[in-house]
Design a protein around this ligand. Structure first.
Ligand SMILES: C[C@H]1O[C@@H](n2cnc3c(N)ncnc32)[C@H](O)[C@@H]1O
Ligand SMILES: [Zn+2]
Length: 432
C-alpha cells in the first residue's frame, strides 16, 4: 500500500522525457515518487482529489536569510551600504538565538504557504534555523555566515562555529538538512580567509554559499584592492566548483560568465532584492544562454519583503524581458525551470522534478480562481498570474505539511504572535 495518491490533476512534471500529463495520478511511498501515469492500481492511506488543480515540483529558494522575516519592512528605501551597515548589522548584533528560532519558524510557515519546499540559508545562530526546519518538515541547505572583515580573530571564531555547525547538522532531519560553509562575500572576507574556507569545505564534503558581485561598489572595491573582480579572485584561489552557490552575480563581465560556466558554479538570481536595493540587473539571459545553472532566490525579508517565489518568477521574467527589449526572453517554462529543476541541481538533484524515484517534494495549486480563469496554458498561469497563496497543498519528503490550505505541522497563530513579539522587542532594544 502506498502512502499518498494524488489523482485527477494536471501534472507539470518538469521532466523533459515525459512532458506534462493533462489528467494524471502521482503515487508516493516512503518519501519518494513511485508512480506517475493516467491511473494507478495502487491504493493509499491518503488520497487527494486534485480536480481543477495543478501538481508541480515544490519551488526551491536558493538564497535567503530566513530569520530576517523579523526585519520585514524595518529599513526600506535605503542605499545598500547604509541599509546593511547602518541598520541591519546593528539590529543583528542584538539578535538572540530565540529570535532566530522564531524568525526562522515564521519563514518556514510562509514558505509552506507559498509553495517553497526547500531553501538555502546563510545566517547566524543556525542551530535555531535547523531546529525550525526540523519542526516544519521543509528541506534546507544551511550555513553559518562568516563575516571576517580582515579581523583574524573574528575569522577564526566564525570558522570554528561554521565548522561545528556543518558537522553537527549534515544529513539531519532524515536527510532533509544539508550544511554548507557561508563566507559572506569577497569584499567582506580576505583572500586568505576565503582560501581557508575552501579547504575546510572540501575536507568536510560540504558546499559553499557566498554573495558574489551584488553591487558595483563591490566590483570597484575588489579592483582597487586586488586589481581584479571577485570572480577572477575566487577563480585564482581555486575557490569555484559545482558545490559553490553564488548569490546575486549582478556585476559580471562576459569573461566572468565563462569562468562560472567552466567551473559549474550555481548562480542564485535575486531579481526583487536587486531591484529594491537598486543593485543592478544580473545578466541572466546571457548566463542561461551560455549554460550556467541559474536558479531563483528571494534574499532576506528586509530586501524583498516576502518569500513568495511565484512573485520572484514573474519579476525575473519581466525584468529580463525589459532589460533585453525582448518579450521572448525568459519564457514561462524556462522561468519555471529556474524555480524548480535548476534550484534542485544546486541543493539536491534528487528533487525538483516529478519523476519516478525522485524525492516527493511537490505542491498542489488551486486553479479555480478568478485570476486563473480561463486557462489556455498552465506554465503561463504559474508564472504570470498565480500567487503563492494559490498553493493549497505542500508535500515534502512524502509528508503533507499543508493540506487544503491548512498547515498541519505548525501552530500558525502562535508562530506569528511569537515572531511579532520578538521583532518588537528587538527593535525597541536597537532604538534604546
Ligand atoms: C548573513 C549576512 O548577510 C546579510 N545580508 C542580508 N541581505 C544581504 C544582501 N542583499 N547583501 C549582502 N548581505 C546581506 C545578513 O544581514 C547577514 O548579516
Ligand atoms: Zn543575501
Amino acid at each position: 500500500m502506498a502512502d499518498i495518491i494524488i489523482k485527477n490533476a494536471y501534472i507539470l512534471t518538469m521532466d523533459p522525457d515525459t512532458g506534462d500529463l493533462k489528467n494524471g495520478t502521482v503515487v508516493i511511498e516512503d518519501g519518494r515518487i513511485t508512480e506517475i501515469g493516467e491511473k494507478t492500481s495502487e491504493s493509499a492511506e491518503t488520497v487527494i482529489d486534485a480536480k481543477h488543480s495543478v501538481v508541480m515540483p515544490g519551488l526551491v529558494n536558493t538564497h535567503t536569510h530566513a530569520a530576517m522575516t523579523l526585519f520585514r519592512g524595518y529599513a526600506d528605501d535605503l542605499q545598500l551600504s547604509d541599509w546593511l551597515e547602518g541598520h541591519i548589522w546593528p539590529a543583528e548584533a542584538r539578535l538572540t538565538a530565540q529570535d532566530v528560532y522564531k524568525g526562522s519558524l515564521l519563514a518556514c510557515l510562509e514558505m509552506i504557504r507559498s509553495g517553497t519546499t526547500s531553501f538555502a540559508d546563510m545566517y547566524f545562530h543556525m542551530d535555531e534555523t535547523a531546529k525550525a526546519v526540523e519542526a516544519s518538515g521543509l528541506r534546507a541547505s544551511l550555513s553559518h555566515g562568516l563575516i571576517e572583515l580582515w579581523n583574524e580573530e573574528k575569522g577564526e571564531a566564525d570558522l570554528k562555529e561554521g565548522r561545528r555547525f556543518v558537522r553537527a547538522w549534515q544529513g539531519a532531519a532524515n536527510g532533509r538538512i544539508k550544511t554548507m560553509y557561508g563566507p559572506h562575500a569577497p569584499n567582506t572576507c580576505s583572500e586568505e580567509f576565503l582560501a581557508k574556507v575552501r579547504e575546510e569545505a572540501s575536507r568536510d564534503g560540504a558546499g559553499i554559499h557566498i554573495h558574489v558581485l551584488e553591487t558595483e561598489a563591490e566590483l570597484l572595491a575588489m579592483k582597487e584592492r586586488y586589481g581584479k573582480c571577485s570572480v577572477h579572485l575566487l577563480d585564482d584561489i581555486g575557490f569555484f566548483g559545482p558545490d559553490v552557490l553564488a548569490a546575486h552575480c549582478v556585476w559580471l563581465s562576459d569573461g566572468d560568465i565563462e569562468i562560472l560556466r567552466k567551473r559549474g558554479v550555481n548562480v542564485s538570481h535575486n531579481a526583487i532584492s536587486n531591484m529594491k536595493l537598486a543593485s543592478g540587473i544580473a545578466p541572466v539571459h546571457k548566463m542561461l544562454e551560455k549554460g550556467v545553472n541559474v536558479s531563483l532566490g528571494t534574499d532576506g525579508c528586509a530586501s524583498n519583503n516576502n518569500l513568495d517565489l511565484f512573485e520572484e518568477m514573474k519579476t525575473a521574467a519581466l525584468l529580463h524581458k525589459v532589460n533585453t527589449f525582448s518579450p521572448t526572453a525568459l519564457p514561462a517554462r524556462q522561468v519555471l525551470e529556474m524555480g524548480t529543476v535548476n534550484g534542485a541541481k544546486a541543493l539536491d538533484p534528487e528533487t525538483g522534478m516529478l519523476k519516478v524515484g525522485k524525492k516527493a517534494d511537490l505542491i498542489i495549486l488551486d486553479m479555480k480562481k478568478p485570476h486563473l480563469t480561463p486557462c489556455f496554458d498552465v506554465p503561463s498561469h504559474l508564472v504570470y498570474s498565480a500567487k503563492g497563496s494559490d498553493v493549497r497543498t505542500t508535500i515534502v519528503n512524502g509528508k503533507v505539511l499543508m493540506d487544503n490550505y491548512r498547515v498541519l505541522v505548525l501552530d500558525e497563530q502562535k508562530v506569528m504572535e511569537e515572531a511579532q513579539k520578538a521583532a518588537a522587542e528587538l527593535v525597541s532594544k536597537v532604538n534604546a
